[in-house]
Ligand binder design. Structure first.
Ligand SMILES: Cc1cc2nc3c(=O)[nH]c(=O)nc-3n(C[C@H](O)[C@H](O)[C@H](O)COP(=O)(O)OP(=O)(O)OC[C@H]3O[C@@H](n4cnc5c(N)ncnc54)[C@H](O)[C@@H]3O)c2cc1C
Length: 410
């Protein structure tokens, strides 16, 4: 039987980031992951289909964890502008890095690149052990520790178990934590597209009645990753439709902004569901990332929210450990829970409001959203606040905010 202070279920982007953040804290950490990272990144390879828009707050955390330069050396594409518009009216809003007094607004990074960089970093940490491929088979919640049985019958003990095992979290289910969820009545169709005109480092999003279409700029100036959120039957139809017809429909839905679009990858679909766990912590358990919440990808904030859960929990666990407290006591985990539930609830409510406002072509709604976009684009003081939110600067825990000098551990 091996004993750990913290056992993290799930070595995705969020679970690995927490493991990296706890190294050197004096806590012994294990990560249990189904799917080992392959670690054979080829810079000439086609971009992976799953990408994330990484905001400034997450960049700061990843820099502190010593992985940002590794991520950039693999492949990351900065974007300096964001443009959002409504195809059927005059509503439009534009943001630039200059307005944020920054060199960029964020980066588009393949999920695999982030995960590989974090995995490599964890392998360098003596106090973190990755157990993979492995999954939790059983868990027993004892008075002073949790007893975890893995699929190969290995038994581990932990003072605190972390559920970073994604949207379908095994741990959340086995801890009987209720989940509020709602169907966004959208399925995301994801693909890589070559555009006739260069993207110019601009992240673009079009609202078009029955859907939302995002073009995220990749390192190649003519390649974009698209997330097309549309009703499920339409998404399933477009996933298998004739390529020429797909490209034509896509170019039109995108208002021909970058000329003709050419599909360069396979197409895959993901049903979009909002989820919000009733508790983000319990006795000897904390949930974070998609295990605690999932949101509509329209603002590209899902994993950014997860990374701020990580930042908050790093701060809390280090403090509790320094003060000699039992890190698994729900009493002590409640502060983490309260803060992160608040941030996730705000984000979920914001996404829901946006989603409803931009759904359909009801004339009153159309007028409201046109006016909203127009005012947001022009009223003094509004844009900096929106930018602050988009860059995650208002959602960082204090310790991360106070890191004024961006430091790399490497
Ligand atoms: C179409 C789309 C576009 C998106 N775009 C963005 C974006 O631009 N920006 C953004 O911030 N977010 C975006 N998101 C959200 C983002 O992808 C997720 O928030 C993020 O992947 C969640 O990371 P995670 O580590 O919490 O979970 P996951 O990535 O799901 O990782 C969970 C890990 O746990 C492992 N696991 C699961 N069960 C077990 C088990 N029982 N035992 C062991 N291991 C287990 C899995 O193998 C996996 O590695 C998008 C989401 C979608 C669907």
């Amino acid at each position: 039987m091996q004993s750990f202070d913290v056992v993290i279920a799930g070595g995705g982007m969020v679970g690995l980031a927490l493991a990296c953040g706890l190294t050197g804290s004096g806590l012994r950490v294990a990560v249990i992951e189904h799917q080992p990272s392959v670690q054979n990144f080829d810079p000439q390879s086609e971009p992976e289909l799953r990408v994330s828009a990484i905001n400034a707050a997450s960049e700061k955390l990843l820099t502190h964890l010593g992985v940002w330069s590794r991520i950039k050396s693999m492949r990351a594409s900065p974007y300096t502008e964001m443009e959002v518009w409504d195809n059927h009216s005059f509503g439009r809003i534009h943001f630039s890095a200059q307005q944020a007094s920054s060199t960029h607004l964020g980066h588009i990074v393949e999920n695999r690149v982030i995960r590989d960089a974090l995995w490599q970093r964890v392998l360098e940490c003596d106090d973190v052990q990755i157990i993979s491929p492995a999954a939790i088979e059983k868990i027993h919640w004892g008075e002073n520790e949790a007893f975890i049985t893995l699929s190969d019958e290995q038994v581990l003990t932990a003072r605190l178990v972390i559920g970073a095992d994604g949207a379908q979290s095994w741990l959340r289910t086995h801890a009987d934590i209720p989940l509020t969820f709602w169907d966004y009545e959208h399925t995301a169709l994801v693909a890589t597209i070559r555009t006739e005109q260069p993207h110019g480092g601009v992240a673009r999003q079009a609202f078009h009645g029955d859907g939302i279409l995002a073009f995220l700029p990749l390192s190649d100036p003519h390649l974009c990753s698209i997330v097309w959120s549309i009703p499920a039957p339409l998404a399933e139809q477009r996933k298998i439709s004739d390529v020429t017809q797909f490209e034509r429909e896509l170019s039109v839905a995108f208002d021909m902004r970058l000329g003709l679009c050419q599909l360069t990858s396979s197409r895959f679909t993901v049903p979009l569901v909002g989820r919000y766990a009733r508790n983000f912590a319990a006795q000897r358990l904390a949930l974070l990332g998609d295990a605690a919440h999932t949101i509509h990808p329209l603002a590209g904030q899902g994993v950014n929210l997860g990374f701020m859960d990580v930042a908050e929990l790093i701060g809390e666990l280090k403090r509790l450990h320094r003060e000699g407290k039992d890190i698994g006591q729900y009493l002590y985990l409640r502060r983490y829970e309260r803060r992160r539930k608040h941030s996730a609830a705000l984000m979920l409510a914001g996404m829901q409001g946006f989603r409803q406002l931009f759904d359909g072509n009801n004339p009153a709604k159309k007028l409201l959203r046109d006016l909203g976009l127009l005012l947001a684009d022009n009223l003094p003081g509004v844009k900096p606040q929106l930018l602050n939110h988009a860059m995650g600067l208002s959602d960082m825990p204090e310790w991360l905010q106070q890191l004024s000098i961006i430091e790399e551990r490497e």
